[in-house]
Design a protein around this ligand. Structure first.
Ligand SMILES: Cc1ncc(COP(=O)(O)O)c(C=O)c1O
Length: 269
């Protein structure tokens, strides 16, 4: 059966336990028993990564990731303790020595600073005027491109599908920050993005009480790279925050519709 957005946001994790609880528990455990007693095998999470230490993998965070991935039409997702941490891991997972990053110069300020600081590590940063044409013109073979679906703070809208098509032709990697559009308006992985990133601090969590980030992809190799950077940078989301975001996700569609109606009324006024 094909479920609609809010049904997936509410019930997508499919969590069930012995008690029949509807709400998944918050696993505050920092450590987990490494070997399954009966079999002597390593304890793995459902995606096959070690489940031994909450800096690497945590069951509550995992429930959030499993709920969120289908909302972005991703096969999986990795949750972080901030949007900047999610972006950093996506970049570290894709850049190589001497590579070029294409970035429109109107994006979230800290993103721009992060990318500009990568110049000190031998990365060539090409910052371009924030228009589809200028981004398309600048793409070369094997580049990494980072764009926002709706730019912060100038609200420009680039044609992600066109950029994704060119990225594909040039074997370049397209990372899309979808924070402002949210998965309600746009699923960019269908249009050529390799990784979609969110500052979940905004629409996704929705109540201004969590700093969080999400990186989602359809590609297993990228997922493993991103996951490993999260482990090494120690930037995993904490379980209580994962619970709050799971709660916020349930009203994402309702909130988004209401916010859009209000914004339209203000604009018309
Ligand atoms: C578009 C965009 N991307 C990324 C970030 C960074 O997210 P965070 O503040 O959760 O680290 C922000 C924060 O304002 C943002 O607006």
């Amino acid at each position: 059966m094909k479920f609609k957005f809010s049904t997936k946001a509410i019930h997508g994790h499919g969590y069930s336990d012995y008690f029949g609880a509807f709400i998944p528990p918050i696993y505050f455990s920092a450590i987990f028993e490494q070997l399954i007693r009966e079999t002597g095998e390593f304890r793995l999470s459902d995606r096959g990564f070690d489940l031994k230490y909450s800096r690497e993998e945590n069951p509550t965070v995992r429930i959030l990731e499993k709920t969120f991935a289908p909302l972005e039409k991703a096969s999986d997702c990795v949750a972080f303790n901030s949007g900047m941490a999610a972006l950093s891991a996506a970049l570290f997972a894709t850049i190589k020595p001497g590579c070029r990053i294409i970035i429109p110069y109107e994006v979230y300020g800290t993103t721009l600073q992060l990318i500009n600081d990568l110049k000190d590590f031998g990365i060539n940063v090409v910052s371009v005027y924030p228009s589809t044409e200028d981004v398309l013109e600048s793409i070369n073979k094997n580049d990494v491109i980072l764009v926002e679906t709706i730019t912060n703070p100038t609200l420009k809208v680039l044609d992600v599908k066109e950029i994704g098509r060119k990225a594909h032709e040039e074997n370049a990697v397209l990372i899309v920050d979808n924070t402002f559009a949210s998965p309600i308006l746009y699923n960019t992985l269908d249009d050529g993005a390799s990784i979609v990133v969110h500052s979940a601090t905004k629409y996704i969590a929705g109540h201004n009480d969590v700093i969080a980030g999400l990186s989602a992809t359809k590609e297993r190799e990228l997922l493993e790279n991103i996951w490993n950077w999260r482990r090494k940078l120690s930037s995993i989301l904490q379980p209580f925050e994962a619970y709050l975001i799971l709660r916020g996700l349930k009203t994402l569609e309702t909130r988004f519709k209401r916010e859009s109606t209000s914004a339209k009324a203000i604009a018309e006024f």
